[in-house]
Write a protein that binds this ligand. Structure first.
Ligand SMILES: C[S@@+](CC[C@H](N)C(=O)[O-])C[C@H]1O[C@@H](n2cnc3c(N)ncnc32)[C@H](O)[C@@H]1O
Length: 551
């Protein structure tokens, strides 16, 4: 779509300057509620640029704070409005963004509800990031594809996929809808480091179905959103800082490994079929309500293999996947339980890591867990190193003091050589079954153990154990669980015939492997323990944790 002043005038006439745009009051209430929240992070910045004038609410708030904003606006009609409403109290640059070249960089740049409109958001962000002074702030706000109203719309049959654009989206010129990981990664790619994430407006339904909601209800939906996860809100925002120095990302060799047989084959997953580096196909995940990756399936050993490191890399780049899908949890089994999982990791290992201590997480992925770990480490001033693919790491924030090492552990361990024997906690969560299927679990375990300082701990957590699952299913509780989810379907039998199975690979992880891993630690003088997960964790009936403690 070619953006011209005429097109911008048309959108302005239809939207911002039209009293007839029927859902204007809903959008306006959202802006009036959210802009002050964004501005609390502005600090003492005075030299501020707004990208686009829109409905003028941000301008009004900035003026009320004694800030004389500059605005770059491509619609001649809106520029006229700015002049009429604010006279000389603001500076208006009449220009398309692509043509704009500011005289000097700003302390803060606001790109509110812009990125969903532009043709190439990444190119645009590269350019706009240059308009921020080093160390300055960049605010981006966009509609959220994971908003509650979109999730509900799928179940109501109003839209097919979360990323589908509605007729309203088309009417107002939206070209895409973001989620937090995508926004994060686009900002990071432009040299902007995300420092704060926000979400605004708990929107249960499309605007068109809320037109007669009383103002008090609209206000309450804005207010109630303040305490809820940004992922659920209608709009999301990230405040990012322009880097003063580049991020430390150490590229290492990433081997391509063959696929093998795996454990949790019940989960329908969008996974690349070939080894191309392009994005994944558009086929949709078919999620049956009765299926969940925490449930035992009659077919659990037969149908497909766990993701390889390469698969994860491609999933990290696939914009059609949300952050759970990118880490192979397409059914959102963990959603809402991440805090409980993190609390368990804290109790088992993290709480003993001293302030200022060293932590290495192998395979953090891009979900809520590494976010919680990052927050924890920043607060405790612990030195955290994250090891994963560059693509996955780009989806995580980079607060100061956090080191990212891009590569497939242990191949990339050269980048960690100075940490051998120095680390207080090594964490590898929900990772072991992928390593067993595609790499050498012994080399992985040895390399992870070699990092431990005296008193240090290695937690290889969330290991799916076929033996534990079978013991559970043999119990009365397990049989009831299976009946509740699968009715009369037969219980899973691990050794059932599977002609596609690679005989050289284990079916998955069973007691023999779990106990051998414990012994691997003992063999090098390290204590090792097999620990259960608390029953309220989503996979507790089939997963175990291994804790290694160097005396
Ligand atoms: C299932 S996700 C788990 C993410 C996170 N630990 C969690 O529990 O939320 C697995 C992650 O491990 C990464 N990974 C897989 N093999 C790896 C390896 N050998 N070295 C580093 N990262 C690896 C993948 O890229 C992916 O991000």
């Amino acid at each position: 779509m070619t953006v011209t002043p005429d097109l911008l005038d048309k959108i302005a006439t239809d939207l911002y300057l039209s009293p007839d745009f029927s859902d204007l009051h809903i959008e306006q209430a959202m802006h009036e509620h959210s802009v002050p929240q964004l501005l609390t992070a502005l600090g003492s910045a005075k030299h501020v640029l707004e990208l686009g004038y829109g409905n003028g609410i941000l301008t009004e708030f900035l003026l009320s704070m004694g800030i004389q904003p500059e605005i770059v606006e491509g619609s001649p009609l809106l520029c006229g409005q700015i002049q009429e409403r604010h006279g000389n109290s603001v500076i208006c640059h009449e220009a398309l963004f692509a043509e704009f070249s500011p005289p000097r960089p700003y302390e803060a740049v606001f790109a509110l509800y812009i990125l969903e409109h532009v043709d190439c958001p990444r190119t645009f962000l590269q350019q706009a990031a240059e308009w921020v002074a080093p160390g300055g702030l960049f605010f981006a706000a966009v509609p959220n594809r994971n908003s509650l109203h979109r999730r509900l719309a799928i179940h109501m049959g109003i839209q097919e996929k979360l990323q589908d654009l509605s007729s309203r989206d088309h009417a107002v010129g939206h070209q895409r809808v973001y989620d937090l990981p995508t926004l994060r990664s686009d900002l990071t790619a432009a040299g902007l480091t995300p420092v704060q994430e926000m979400g605004f407006f708990l929107k249960p339904l499309p605007n068109s179905m809320m037109l007669d909601y009383p103002p008090a209800l609209i206000a309450a939906l804005n207010k109630v959103g303040e305490g809820l996860p940004p992922e659920l809100m209608a709009n999301i925002a990230i405040m990012a800082r322009r880097d003063t120095t580049p991020t430390t990302t150490v590229p290492t060799t990433v081997p391509t490994v063959p696929n093998g047989a795996g454990d949790h084959a019940t989960v329908p997953r969008r996974k690349p079929a070939t080894a191309t580096t392009t994005t994944l196909s558009e086929q949709s995940v078919s999620i049956k309500p009765s299926q969940s990756s925490s449930e035992p399936s009659a077919h659990a050993t037969a149908s497909h293999s766990p993701c390889s490191f390469e698969d994860f890399r491609r999933m990290a780049c696939d914009r059609s996947l949300d952050e759970n899908e990118k880490i192979d949890d397409p059914l959102h089994t963990r959603e809402g339980k991440e805090e409980a999982i993190f609390a368990d990791i804290l109790t088992k290992a993290l709480a003993d890591c001293p302030p200022g201590g060293r932590i290495v997480e192998i395979g953090p992925g891009c979900g809520r867990l590494p976010q919680l770990l990052l927050q924890h480490c920043v607060a405790a001033k612990q030195q955290l190193t994250l090891v994963d693919s560059a693509e996955m790491l780009a989806l995580l924030p980079s607060p100061q003091g956090i080191r990212k090492v891009a590569g497939c552990f242990p191949q990339g361990k050269a980048a960690l050589s100075h940490q051998i024997g120095q680390v207080d906690l090594v964490l590898a969560y929900s990772l072991a079954h992928y390593i067993v299927a595609h790499a050498d679990i012994w080399a992985f375990c040895d390399a992870a153990l070699s990092l431990l300082a005296p008193g240090g701990r290695l937690l290889i957590g969330d290991i799916p154990s076929l033996s534990k699952r079978e013991r559970f299913l043999a119990s009365a509780a397990g049989a009831a669980f299976h009946r509740a989810h699968y009715g009369d379907r037969p219980l899973p039998r691990r050794l059932q015939q599977n002609p596609a199975k690679d005989e050289t690979k284990p079916d998955g992880i069973d007691d023999s492997l779990v106990f051998a891993l414990l012994q691997r630690g003992h063999a090098v003088g390290i204590d090792a323990y097999l620990l259960p997960q608390p029953p309220h964790l989503p996979m507790a009936n089939r997963r175990v944790d291994l804790l290694f403690c160097r005396p």
